[in-house]
Design a protein around this ligand. Sequence first.
Ligand code: F6R
Length: 251
Amino acid sequence: MEIRIERQLSGVAVSVADVIEGYVRSGAVTLGLATGSSPIPAYRELIRRHREEDLSFARARAFLLDEYVGLPRSHPQSYYSVIRSDFVSHVDLADSAVQSPSGDAVDAAAEAARYDAAIHAAGGVDVQILGIGSNGHIGFNEPGEPLDSRTHVGVLAERTRQDNARFFGSLEEVPSQCITQGLGTIREAHHLVLVATGARKADALAAALHGEVTPDCPASVLQLHANVTVIADEAAAAGLYGAEIRAGQTA
Ligand code: F6R
């Protein structure tokens, strides 16, 4: 596992964008995209490189990690809409090349299974961007989730609903269910890139990287993956400071 700690948020953005750019420039690539606030500076940096440095996503395709159950695609907070307004609509990544589970499918469990199979049929994800929840979730795999789960319908933890209420008008408007890639599905990606910023993530990040591998901290599955890059700012990395980890260095 490579851990990069950056002093500035801009350094986190550049570092994440560097990894993604390497894949995108190497040819046809399947990206795994996260939503939420953590990857937004990196998406902005990739958009800048697209505009100013000829970085083209024309040969890329992408799969999202998750979606809220009950929100139509047209809802501004559906992850279908969010990833388009935060990233996809600003680059030359074809809209039809970006897949996500349908949050308003009549049979959500069947939709989850269909989506898992679609990722597999596409040959899997080459590089997966991940955020981490303050409770240690990745995707919407909440504490207690089996470490080998497939894409499934999940129930959002109350803490996650509270954390995400900032994107909605009120807590009541935050859906209570999701379709999320499972931990087993996420682990099949060739390269996992976890982005963590802010003090709110420090405890979860320390538990994920230094704690026991346990369903109580879903992000601890990263310890079981052979190709992981963690990119964090100093605040999120506060619990990681050890003998060999210092800001501005990799460990
Ligand atoms: C989003 C996702 C979530 C978020 C996590 C962190 O697609 O799967 O795991 O990455 O909740 O959210 P932010 O970045 O908003 O703190």
